[in-house]
Ligand binder design. Structure first.
Ligand SMILES: *[C@@H]1O[C@H](CO)[C@@H](O)[C@H](O)[C@H]1NC(C)=O
Ligand SMILES: *[C@@H]1O[C@H](CO)[C@@H](O)[C@H](O)[C@H]1NC(C)=O
Ligand SMILES: *[C@@H]1O[C@H](CO)[C@@H](O)[C@H](O)[C@H]1NC(C)=O
Ligand SMILES: *[C@@H]1O[C@H](CO)[C@@H](O)[C@H](O)[C@H]1NC(C)=O
Length: 660
């Protein structure tokens, strides 16, 4: 085309628009980078590589002229969920300090927080690689269905993004995530910019948007003004905010306990206008669902029909993308998302179906005692036949819902027996793994209970126990905790099972001294006050848990034959530990006490701390035993240190193993 040729008339008409567009496109990145950018629902688009806002809050964006500080104290928010319901559990997930969470939120370390309450979590935030502010934590994959998106959105509720996870775990391809893999999780936090500091802000809090939130509501929760919050996120009253994204809120003082009111259930409309508060348009709830259109795009759309066409096709492309992401699920969020309830939905099975599922209760399907392996609709399950009344076990299990308590899926009555159908624990019981010779064969096959795994299991049992004692209503006492009642699933996640003897704990402190004349339990695990006086309290379970800890440490059974003494004499593990940890040569004695199958591969000081904890659990006086909340906190710390020690831990280089 010769330079003198006039452009076609249609283009001529568009020229002013194009000019504005180009100008805007040119200006946008600059103005946008002046403040932190809102992710604007782009966090769902895992494979869109070029969006800066999804990778984290920029360290350089804080102010154009001067970069912000390198690190600071900051705050995250998190909504308590079934497996992350206590300050201790949340601290473990987000690598924070449980005592600080407890203090700020006005609860005790191991107390359950009502589900779905907004919890404030202090973290250290620092600038990584000169680019993004973040607070690091790590996450060990729990099952093979997890993806970067579910980890970022479901587990971390939007505190991280799939894009940031992918960028910071370059060795782990998103299609090859496997269970037990440990991932670095960058959590979205930021430090105040110079302007924000000048305006009196000391901290930034990463608020997690939920259904129905408006910027006005969010600001009001933290005594900030709406404009300050809009500015901090480079938002504008007409912008839309989305659930499971973070909004930065500048704070002048340390935040304090919020009202512990669980968030409302999701309303039928997915997005909430940033402005809200009724100003502007009439039908505020009727806002068109604009998925993932950036601030810039919203402005551009208004400019010309040409752009509207571009926008529509752009949007269509994005929509198609989401549908792929979500496995074809419709994006229209007119139905509320599924909730974790459905507890009352136990299946009542027909006896014929269970017969079919267990090959008529054949010998080869028998796992142990009256427990059979069943295949129901292609899934494995365990079916236990029980004679007599099991209504109490059914009633308890149908109310509990925790990943460290065995799940009952249904039952069936037939000819005076009840058949209970449980989730299948592929790896059998903990007792099998630490005591039986059969499991030792598998040791050589690679799967074995090494130190870190043992500590992880201990921590999970404590989590399950704390849930039963402190998070259910009414609280329950298991009364028969022992290693053969701890089941391990395919990923070695511990599940407390067999609730045959479990019962509700007494209502209030005053009545906590329940008495029973029917002392039932297993020798070696029963607490002295129960054996002697039939006294029942949650401290029974703590005693038994102490014995399980000692089994994990020593590999011995709760009652074991004493090899040293002449003649055969049975020793109680619970009694033996005091001798090991007192007197002289504790180091040598403990080394001899430890399970030889660990082959000295354990951090001595951590093992010592765990043995001391076990000893406190088996104290004569129930009042001097820790409660299950204390146990969870202590074992979480022990687990964390063990992960740091573990030479096979992915986040360290292999050279550490030389030290041990
Ligand atoms: C910082 O504050 C000054 C004065 O209030 C203002 O002119 C400037 O635009 C602000 N900078 C940013 C990045 O917000
Ligand atoms: C956080 O993790 C990233 C990625 O692994 C790493 O580069 C960075 O140094 C870590 N930051 C801190 C403060 O540990
Ligand atoms: C994000 O998580 C929430 C809560 O678990 C869920 O309702 C929502 O569907 C998830 N979003 C995506 C895109 O997976
Ligand atoms: C806010 O958005 C409106 C229209 O969407 C636009 O006219 C205005 O310039 C925007 N303001 C800012 C500060 O971005």
């Amino acid at each position: 085309m010769a330079p003198a040729d006039p452009p076609p008339p249609s283009l001529l008409r568009l020229r002013p628009f194009l000019f504005v567009v180009v100008l805007l496109l040119f200006l946008l990145p600059i103005t946008a980078h002046a403040r932190q950018l809102y992710v604007n629902n782009k966090q769902l688009d895992c494979y869109a590589t070029n969006d800066f806002s999804t990778l984290g809050y920029s360290c350089a964006a804080a102010d154009v002229a001067a970069a912000g500080p390198n690190s600071c104290n900051s705050y995250l928010t998190f909504r308590s969920q079934t497996n992350y319901q206590t300050p201790a559990a949340i601290a473990r997930l987000l690598r924070s300090d449980s005592a600080a969470i407890a203090r700020i939120n006005g609860v005790a370390d191991a107390d359950p927080i009502p589900l779905n309450s907004l919890v404030i979590v202090p973290v250290d935030c620092s600038c990584t690689g000169g680019k993004f502010y973040q607070s690091n934590t790590s996450y060990v994959m729990k099952n093979n269905r997890e993806t970067y998106l579910t980890i970022a959105n479901d587990t971390y509720q939007g505190l991280s993004t799939c894009q940031a996870l992918m960028a910071q775990n370059p060795d782990h391809d998103s299609r090859r995530l496997v269970v037990n893999l440990e991932l670095v999780v960058p959590l979205r936090c930021a430090c105040p910019s110079l302007n924000q500091s000048a305006a009196g802000a000391k901290y930034l809090l990463s608020y997690l948007v939920t259904w129905g939130d408006t910027i006005g509501d969010i600001a009001a929760k933290f005594d900030a003004t709406k404009q300050v919050v809009l500015d901090a996120n480079n938002l504008n009253t007409s912008d839309t905010i989305f659930p499971f994204t973070t909004i930065l809120v500048p704070l002048k003082t340390e935040p304090t306990k919020l009202e512990v009111i669980p968030s409302p259930p999701p309303p039928p409309v997915a997005e909430s206008p940033a402005g809200g508060e009724g100003e502007g348009e009439g039908g505020s709830g009727k806002r068109p669902i604009i998925v993932g259109v950036g601030v810039g795009a919203a402005v551009l759309v208004l400019l010309s029909g040409f752009l509207a066409v571009w926008f529509v096709s752009h949007r269509r492309r994005r929509r198609r993308f989401y549908q792929e992401e979500e496995g074809g699920k419709s994006l229209s969020k007119s139905s509320p998302p599924p909730h974790q309830k459905m507890l009352d939905s136990l299946t009542v099975y027909a006896f014929e179906d269970l017969e079919k599922a267990t090959g008529s209760f054949s010998e080869e399907r028998r796992i142990k005692g009256s427990v059979y392996h069943a295949i129901i609709n292609g899934d494995s399950a365990a079916v236990k036949r029980v004679k007599g009344d099991v209504s109490s076990e059914i009633n308890i299990l149908k109310q509990v819902n925790h990943s460290n308590v065995i799940r009952l899926s249904g039952f069936c009555h037939n000819e005076g027996s009840t058949y209970l159908v449980y989730e299948f624990a592929e790896k059998g019981s903990l007792a099998d793994w630490i005591h039986s010779a059969a499991a030792q064969k598998e040791l050589s096959a690679g799967d074995h209970l090494d130190w870190t795994r043992r500590v992880g299991i201990a921590c999970e049992i404590a989590d399950g126990l704390n849930y039963l004692h402190n998070c259910t209503s009414p609280p329950y006492i298991h009364k028969d905790l022992k290693s053969s009642n701890i089941l391990l699933d395919g990923e070695f996640t511990a599940k407390v099972g067999n609730f045959g003897l479990a019962r509700p704990a007494a209502e209030e402190d005053g009545a906590s001294a329940q008495l029973t004349r029917h002392v039932m339990g297993t020798q070696g695990y029963m607490a002295p006050e129960y054996l002697d006086h039939g006294l029942v309290s949650p401290k029974l379970d703590v005693f038994a848990f102490g014995v399980v800890l000692l089994e994990l440490l020593s590999g011995r059974e709760a009652v074991y034959p004493d090899s040293a003494g002449e003649g055969k004499r049975d020793c109680l593990l619970s009694a033996a530990v005091a001798g090991v940890l007192s007197g002289e040569d504790v180091r040598e004695k403990l080394k001899n006490f430890m399970d030889p199958r660990l082959q000295q591969e354990y951090p001595f000081s951590i093992a010592f701390a765990m043995a001391q904890l076990a000893m406190r659990c088996v104290a004569e006086d129930p009042n001097s035993r820790p409660n299950s909340g204390d146990l969870l906190v202590a074992l979480s710390a022990i687990h964390r240190s063990s992960l740091d020690w573990d030479p096979s831990n992915l986040s360290h280089s292999g050279s550490i193993s030389d030290d041990f």
